[in-house]
Design a protein around this ligand. Structure first.
Ligand SMILES: NC(=O)c1ccc[n+]([C@@H]2O[C@H](COP(=O)([O-])OP(=O)(O)OC[C@H]3O[C@@H](n4cnc5c(N)ncnc54)[C@H](OP(=O)(O)O)[C@@H]3O)[C@@H](O)[C@H]2O)c1
Length: 323
């Protein structure tokens, strides 16, 4: 089968289109014929081995541990391994995996859900990593309640577009921070107020937020805290300073310390995908509470270009590889 391979750390130039062996499903796994695979920021971090911390966290010290990148997948079940009980050949599914940038990938059935009825496979592929990050940020870290004021900084990218919609689904009043060309998009996703960061500074405004989700941008924890209510929660998904060694993980230590001195809750986190939450996400989709926003599509052979585009940091929703 054809697959994108990553044999050493580096820029998108390290990614090659190669012929590799088609995998065979092990116990509990299904073989998927891939229809679409979404690109995430995590893909270029793993490709570059940057921040270095991820190398010691199991991605490979000197070279990438996994030959084929890609985590978000949607496609058709082509074969099932032993002890697979829920899925059958021919089922259309989406989920998270290792090795989505390929014609086929084997995935544990627990990491897959049926394609939501009203979404295409392309749209379904955009859901897992970005959608689950948004869900974890709002539900678990932000503990968002109806009527609360939520500010989403970086509202127009992959994670942000799901965060705005989910915050509305949780009954929040939502402010969205994005650039001029994304203002209309943010409104159409349900944002009650849109702050164009090219002309306005949210940190200089009078509004106080119960929950702020910082996904992108260069606003510091202190600047975000200045517009948080006295007992508000700052959820840190991304943004702020970025170090090559720790990639901002030092925030965990810094904010843990700050949490001792303030009633505000400061919550940096790394989202971990799981099957149960994928089911919850699919329920929001079934209720039409969230709808993927597709930016660009690329064929498998142009995966490197797709990743370069996402690396620029100005995607409008999600970017997908289509097969
Ligand atoms: N903690 C976790 O578990 C987790 C999980 C997933 C992702 N992340 C991190 O979250 C970040 C975003 O991921 P993503 O997938 O949403 O990225 P993305 O799809 O590339 O989107 C980035 C967005 O940031 C916006 N942006 C850039 N500068 C901004 C600014 N100054 N103020 C407000 N918005 C700004 C861009 O919009 P404009 O074009 O309008 O500037 C763009 O839409 C990445 O750093 C990623 O590593 C963390």
């Amino acid at each position: 089968m054809k697959a994108i391979t990553s044999r050493k750390y580096g820029s998108a130039d390290v990614l090659k289109l190669e012929e590799v062996d088609k995998p065979e499903p092990k116990e509990g796994e299904v073989l998927i014929r891939v229809s679409a695979a979404a690109v995430n920021a995590g893909d270029y971090h793993v490709m570059r081995g940057d921040p270095y911390l991820i190398r010691i966290m199991g991605y490979g010290l000197r070279r990438p541990k996994h030959l084929i990148p890609g985590q978000d997948v949607a496609g058709v079940v082509e074969a099932v391994g032993a002890d697979v009980t829920r899925l059958r050949v021919g089922d259309e599914v989406f989920g998270y995996c290792q090795g989505a940038f390929a014609e086929h990938v084997c995935v544990p059935e627990t990491q897959l859900r049926p394609r939501p009825a009203h979404l295409t496979l392309e749209q379904a592929a955009t859901l897992p990593v970005a959608g689950l990050t948004a869900l974890h940020a709002l539900r678990d870290k932000g503990e968002v309640k109806p009527g609360q004021k939520v500010l989403v900084i970086g509202a127009s990218g992959g994670v942000g577009t799901f965060t705005v919609q989910l915050a509305k689904a949780y009954g929040a009043e939502v402010g969205a921070v994005c650039s001029t060309r994304n203002v209309e998009n943010a409104r159409s996703l349900g944002a009650d107020h849109v702050i164009d960061y090219t002309t306005e500074d949210f940190a200089a405004g009078d509004t106080r937020y119960d929950v702020i989700v910082r996904i992108a941008g260069d606003r510091t924890v202190g600047q975000c805290r200045s517009v948080l209510t006295p007992r508000g929660t700052l959820v840190i998904v991304g943004g702020g300073s970025y170090g090559r060694w720790l990639g901002g993980m030092e925030r965990f230590l810094g904010t843990a310390l700050l949490n001792v001195f303030t009633r505000q809750r400061l919550r940096p986190f790394v989202s971990m995908c799981n099957g149960e939450d994928l089911r919850s996400l699919a329920e929001f989709v079934a209720e039409h509470a969230i709808e993927p926003l597709l930016d660009r599509r690329y064929p498998l052979a142009q995966t490197a270009e797709a990743i370069r585009y996402v690396e620029e940091g100005h995607a409008q929703g999600k970017v997908v590889i289509t097969l």
